[in-house]
Write a protein that binds this ligand. Structure first.
Ligand code: RTP
Ligand code: MG
Length: 140
């Protein structure tokens, strides 16, 4: 029997929505061959963000990260495909947009703005456990 198709949570962060890059980001996801299963615009509150970023609580960038993420709407997407968790993180590129490889979302479209936290356009779940937990939070 085939394994069920994998799903991941993609967020277009407030900087991506504000810069009208949602369409460009979704275009890259679809062009890669992944399938959009569900999508919603969410203005996340602190409670949701605290749960989403619980692994980062206590780190120096945690508070600026939560402030950034609640500064405007985000677009949450449920995206499906074989090995989509790893595949989307390759599309996104590494965390720091200044050094993310050209060809990636962060490398092509992001840069450092000298702010307290990396504004890097997108989030993608980093494991099957994270994906299940995060999809349940954002698509409750
Ligand atoms: P994400 O969770 O958003 O997909 O990104 P990631 O795995 O590449 O990065 P992670 O280590 O999980 O960090 C979560 C988000 O926190 C912000 N961050 N800023 N030193 C910094 O300024 C710093 N470190 C992390 C970024 O927005 C990062 O995506
Ligand atoms: Mg992460």
């Amino acid at each position: 029997m085939n394994a069920p198709v994998e799903e991941t949570l993609v967020l277009v962060k407030p900087d991506g929505v504000a810069r009208s890059l949602t369409g460009e980001i979704l275009r890259r996801i679809e062009a890669k061959g992944y399938q959009l299963v569900d999508i919603r615009l969410v203005h996340a509150d602190r409670d949701l963000l605290a749960k989403h970023y619980e692994e980062h609580q206590g780190k120096p960038f945690y508070e600026p990260l939560v402030e950034f993420m609640e500064s405007g709407p985000v677009v949450a997407m449920r995206v499906a495909g074989d090995r989509v968790i790893e595949g989307f993180r390759m599309l996104a590129g590494t965390t720091d947009p200044t050094t993310a490889a050209p060809g990636t979302i962060r490398g092509d479209l992001g840069r450092d703005w000298g702010l307290a936290v990396q504004q890097n356009l997108v989030h993608g779940s980093d494991s099957q456990e994270s994906a299940a937990r995060e999809l349940a939070l954002w698509f409750a």
